[in-house]
Design a protein around this ligand. Structure first.
Ligand SMILES: *Cc1c(COP(=O)(O)O)cnc(C)c1O
Length: 373
């Protein structure tokens, strides 16, 4: 079956008891045993498993082309579980340009636990090859990256990881499996903040890890999910499951709008630089065309001038909302370096834009008036 059909039907079996088309939400925390003490219906206690989570994990694994998935209460909880699956003394290679929370987790939480991390430019294969050590267990990529949309060659970097027996993990939050399927390109694991495009409506936090195989690494991660307990609620799972059904059509519409806006900004005299992998001048354009089917709904741009000039633009938008996060139906714009904090290396005139599903002409008109002096 094609991805649109799978998005609608995977994990959405009609409820056998009632015939309900939309799945019920199982708020129960606990499940009855049979008289002989067994659990013939599979569930014991909702931290360990519950029907809504099970359906969501099945759908996410299927869409990414993996065999297993574990969902969490946030994207960062999913990323935590990944590093918690390693041991002290292990080494991780990570992209320099990453969601800032991922970098923080590695430096501030796992650094003191003696998990070593090297941050390299993963768009340059030789930098990754040079960073590899005997104890390298994980190579963590994010492509397109946050916030400057760098494109990493997933196939090439997975090859380097595998040459030393390390797992290659790709944060696929910005592309989603509709545009890019890292497991098919060689990655072993995929990460998602389901808060973003999967949920799609800015109303639920969540995360997921998808495994290509149910190997010992993934089994340890599953243990951390069940015993560590950073699990999503049944209602959270239900919301993300519903979001997934419209993911293919939303993502295409986000991508179409974003390309038009990137082209508009790219010729605007008050814009210094546009970061969007669908523009032929973008350094990752060629690889993006190979590994993505469209270029996604996220872009960043530098406003000519300084931080004040950039903030002035956000001060004038009328339809587009000033807020962090991404992937919802509504367009969001944000001044990125101020949300990333004092250690941010993001240019202070950079605005990140999550292109929503409004009519693109209305969005362009809003940007046009916001950029006018
Ligand atoms: C938002 C985001 C995260 C973190 O997810 P939360 O759900 O906010 O915890 C991780 N990676 C990427 C690429 C993100 O955009």
């Amino acid at each position: 079956m094609k991805i649109e059909t799978r998005a609608i039907h995977l994990g959405h079996e009609i409820d056998p008891g009632t015939g309900a088309i939309a799945p019920p939400i199982y708020l129960t925390t606990t499940y009855e045993r049979d008289a002989d003490g067994t659990y013939p219906r599979g569930h014991v206690y909702s931290r360990l498993s519950n029907p809504n989570r099970q359906s969501l994990e099945k759908a996410i694994a299927g869409l990414e082309g993996g065999t297993v998935a574990a969902t969490f209460s946030s994207g960062l909880a999913a990323i935590m579980s990944l590093f918690q699956s390693l041991s002290a003394g292990d080494h991780v290679i990570a992209s320099q340009d990453l969601y800032h929370g991922t970098t923080k987790i590695l430096k501030e939480i796992f650094g003191p636990w003696n998990l070593e991390a090297s941050f390299v430019d993963t768009t340059v294969e030789s930098e990754v090859a040079q960073a590899v050590r005997g104890n390298t267990k994980l190579v963590f990529l994010e492509t397109p990256s946050n916030p400057t949309l760098k494109i990493t060659d997933i196939k090439a970097i997975s090859g380097i990881a595998h040459s030393v027996g390390a797992h290659c993990v790709c944060d696929n939050t910005w592309a989603t499996p509709i545009l890019q399927r890292p497991l098919e390109l060689g990655a072993d694991l995929v990460i998602h903040s389901t808060t973003k495009y999967f949920g799609g409506h800015s109303d639920v936090l969540g995360g997921a890890v998808v495994g290509k195989t149910d190997d010992t690494f993934f089994q340890r991660l599953r243990l951390i999910q069940q015993i560590g307990g950073a699990v999503p609620s049944p209602f959270d799972c239900w919301l993300v499951s519903r979001g997934l059904q419209t993911l293919p059509c939303r993502i295409r519409n986000h991508s179409e709008n974003a390309l038009k806006i990137a082209e508009f900004l790219n010729q605007h005299p008050r814009v210094e630089r546009v970061y969007y992998p669908g523009l032929p001048g973008h350094p990752g354009y060629k690889i993006a065309r190979q590994q993505m089917s469209m270029f996604g709904g996220m872009l960043s741009f530098q406003v000519l001038g300084d931080q004040k000039s950039a903030l002035a633009v956000t001060g004038r938008v009328k339809i587009i909302a000033r807020a962090t996060s991404l992937g919802g139906v509504e367009s969001l714009i944000e001044h990125r370096s101020s949300i990333e904090g004092p250690e941010s290396t993001t240019p202070n005139n950079l605005l990140r834009f999550s292109v929503g599903l409004e009519n693109v002409e209305d969005l362009i008109a809003d940007l046009e008036q916001a950029l006018a002096l």
